[in-house]
Design a protein around this ligand. Structure first.
Ligand code: PLP
Length: 425
């Protein structure tokens, strides 16, 4: 029987082999982990049932988890979680039915009535809606600021109602880079003056960067969210979300998932584990190589007003991008997302996007990102339309901004399609 090597493997290899020996299943006998499909599990005794309800899929003293019911935890999901924790270098991961399921359950676990979330002003549209429409109904207030602005952040950290600082490591859609070290430093300083039960937690959405470009826990962040629907899953067939958390919060987050019902289907967990994670590095790197070529093409084009891509020297935070966006092998990893604007008004933008939608072969007008197919969208009218018109300016999203998520097509084909549509505006 093959034995797991004790040698610390590179993330690239870990993404293929995972835990190798899992208490959730016997990897020694299965080359590929089996997909489970049992909503409920046979129990040998009442005491085993009682123990299962209190341990929730975590390891018991016997070294094996007790499975009870899918919504609590089940083997395929647990294997995916173990793998995600390895990739983000976290203590544990809890998966959800979607990225929003992970974000909402984390907020509900960390915030109570009368408390405050301080969030970056530019956020994915549904996260913005969750923070500004839903949390206030539960008595949770919000302050939306530029989290890289130390003075504004420090002021809010001194407010005793503040309990969570939330932002996207690379913001959707305008690709700002959060200065993790500076933010964590300020939060740690504020926490020194607070009691243990009043600590402020940093929660980040690392969906754009993925663990392949940034591991926020290495910079002292407490909780990392991933929409698994995007690059980690990668093929556009599964939805899922995850939070990588300190072990001390595992039980609370699992109870939140059980009670809110935001469970991932084992079928999706299996696909993300078997196809998504094991190919993420290679997909991400290829898409990133193409993204740089597309960004350079757009930047030189006379009809393009501006291009934002962390791999371009013209990115306003290029220094921060170089500091934080790195593969586990320390290569610069500016990612697979581009934002750009054409010269001219909204009509021009619309004409261009409609032309791509109608005539492009390699580029598809669709939301989502990180897939094998290149996708184009206009965030102000699509993914970020939950942000009210009067708040658009504050959130930094120009209605004419166009977002590209680069896929695995040939770079030249994507460039040719863009060039063709640009000719017509
Ligand atoms: C940055 C970011 N976070 C979270 C989400 C939500 O993920 P999901 O669609 O899996 O709920 C999205 C979706 O587009 C996103 O772009």
């Amino acid at each position: 029987m093959k034995k797991a090597s004790k040698k610390a493997m590179s993330p690239r290899t870990q993404a293929i082999h995972g835990e190798f020996q899992s208490s959730s299943w016997e990897f020694s006998h299965h080359l590929i982990p089996p997909m489970t499909a049992s909503t409920t599990f046979r129990l040998e005794s009442l005491s085993r049932g009682a123990e299962g309800f209190s341990t929730f899929g975590a390891q018991t003293e016997s070294g094996k988890p007790i499975w009870i019911y899918d919504r609590l935890e089940e083997p395929t999901t647990k294997m995916l979680e173990d793998q995600l924790a390895i990739l983000e270098k976290g203590e544990c991961a809890i998966t959800f039915g979607s990225g929003m399921g992970a974000i909402a359950s984390t907020f509900m676990s960390l915030l109570k009535t009368g408390e405050r979330i301080v969030a970056h002003k530019t956020l994915y549209g549904c996260t913005y809606s969750l923070i500004t429409n839903w949390l206030p109904r539960l008595g949770v207030q919000n302050s939306l600021i530029d989290v890289n602005d130390s003075a504004s952040l420090a002021k809010l950290l001194a407010d005793e109602s503040t309990r969570v600082v939330y932002f996207e490591t690379v913001s959707n859609p305008i690709l700002e880079i959060a200065d993790l070290e500076k933010i964590v430093g300020l939060v740690k300083a504020a926490n020194k003056k607070r009691k243990k039960d009043q600590q402020i937690y940093t929660v980040v959405d690392n969906t754009f960067a993925t663990p392949w470009a940034l591991r926020p826990l290495e910079w002292g962040i407490d909780f990392v969210i991933q929409s698994l629907t995007k690059n980690i899953s990668g093929f556009g067939t599964e939805m899922g979300g995850a939070v990588i958390a300190p072990k001390s919060f595992e039980s609370m987050l699992r109870v939140a998932r059980k009670d809110f019902g935001a469970i991932i289907h084992p079928y999706s967990a299996w696909h993300i584990l078997v196809y998504g994670i094991s190919t993420q590095a290679i997909r991400f790197e290829q898409q990133q190589t193409t993204a740089l070529k597309i960004a350079q093409f757009l930047e030189k084009h006379p009809k393009v007003q501006s291009v934002t891509y962390p791999g371009l020297k013209s990115h306003p935070q290029y220094k921060l991008a170089k500091k934080y966006l790195k593969s586990p092998e320390s290569q610069f990893a500016p990612g697979t997302m581009i934002s750009f604007q054409l010269k001219g008004d909204m009509k021009k933008c619309q004409k261009f996007v409609d032309d791509i939608a109608k005539n492009s072969y390699a580029i598809t007008l669709a939301v989502s990102l990180g897939l094998t197919k290149t996708l184009i969208e206009v965030p102000g009218f699509m993914t970020h339309s939950a942000i009210p018109n009067e708040k658009r300016g504050e959130s930094g999203i120009d209605p004419r901004a166009i977002r590209l998520s680069i896929g695995l097509e040939s770079a030249q084909d994507i460039i040719d399609d863009l060039a063709e549509a640009l000719k017509k505006v």
